[in-house]
Write a protein that binds this ligand. Sequence first.
Ligand SMILES: Nc1ncnc2c1ncn2[C@@H]1O[C@H](COP(=O)(O)OP(=O)(O)OP(=O)(O)O)[C@@H](O)[C@H]1O
Ligand SMILES: [Mg+2]
Length: 397
Amino acid sequence: MSLAPQELENTASKYASQAIKFDSQGARGMAISNYQQAIDALVKLLQLYPNSKLNQIYKDRCNSYHNRICSLQQSRGVEPAVDPEASDSDQKASVKRQEDENDFEELVMKVKPDVTWDQVIGLDEAKSALRESIVYPTKRPDLFPLGWPKGMLLYGPPGTGKTMLAAATANEMDGYFINVDASSLMSKWLGEAEKNVAKLFAMARKYAEKEGKAVILFVDEVDSLLGARSSEVGGEVRTKNQFLTEMDGVNGKGKQLMLYVIGATNKPWSLDAPFLRRFQKRIYVNLPTQDARENLFDQYTAKLNKNSTVSSAQLAKLFDGYSASDIKDVCQAAQIKTVHEIFDAPDYHEPIEGEARIQPRSLTADDFKNIMSRRKPSVSLEMIRAYHKWSEEFQAL
Ligand SMILES: Nc1ncnc2c1ncn2[C@@H]1O[C@H](COP(=O)(O)OP(=O)(O)OP(=O)(O)O)[C@@H](O)[C@H]1O
Ligand SMILES: [Mg+2]
């Protein structure tokens, strides 16, 4: 059975959050094995879809899980001998500090993500809001004597393009993109979450100051910062407060640093008022409209062999309520079905040298209808209503 990318991504997330849970309980073995399974799922994703635009992000996640496994393995059975007087431990501490810094450095994407604005279909409001807030001030800071918004929250149902939008923004500008997944961030620096939120922002500032270039700190699943687990009592409150303080620094009028924080969440209702206030722009990343769905079908069937019954406009009507990522998965499933037919044919044989390779038949409208009957939209109407309701109150463009 072949797995759609979204399913693999979900599997990876599931293992990662299990790992985090075990990690927070000190169950090292289980944590390691779950981190490993999360890595395996991501590696499979990378292998199956080598051209996916989000691969750099998946690689970064693999790295961060891998590092956590290494540090869990190193600390196995070795109790840290803490003796503040001993020079030996000073040395250890400095090595540790160095390691910490390296941990953060590797979150900085040196290569631009390979996603352009054009590839992000629909979402015109979201795109222009990001452009206006990031690209314009970066080009002409002198035109903004009162400053400009630095905190942006992208919220909406899963699979609608939040991560993609952040990647496209980073691609558009000349600067650095720091990508952290808040949930793995909390696990990675367990017990030190508060201190490390500070270090993360310090590193982002360092990059912004050093070269005067724009820096985007993209915090995916930002809601998990609020539910941050910590081994210390009150740790989660302090972590959140640290984040708020750092956001105040970013929003401060004094410095004209090009440091932006983009948060993404599909649970906006779990964010409280102080948190929301620091994200002056709150951008709803909605399900695709009829037009957008048509463009999505154009984009995702462009490379496929299809007959004249396949019309993007009609498919768009049929797939009302499906997310962008659902539509991509549907196109992929349709294509894969025709490949399965080749392998399942009674006369299938390994290609003989010199013989033309069998190609899949062309796709028909019925193929898509077939898939639709077996695949429901991943977002329910009820959920959509909840997002709309929240938007009415909190959206800020
Ligand atoms: N607006 C879009 N235009 C084109 N493709 C899209 C769009 N939105 C999503 N996709 C496709 O779906 C995949 C998943 O999208 P993405 O990761 O950006 O969703 P998300 O909103 O961040 O979801 P989640 O809330 O689950 O993190 C993308 O890799 C892309 O292939
Ligand atoms: Mg995302």
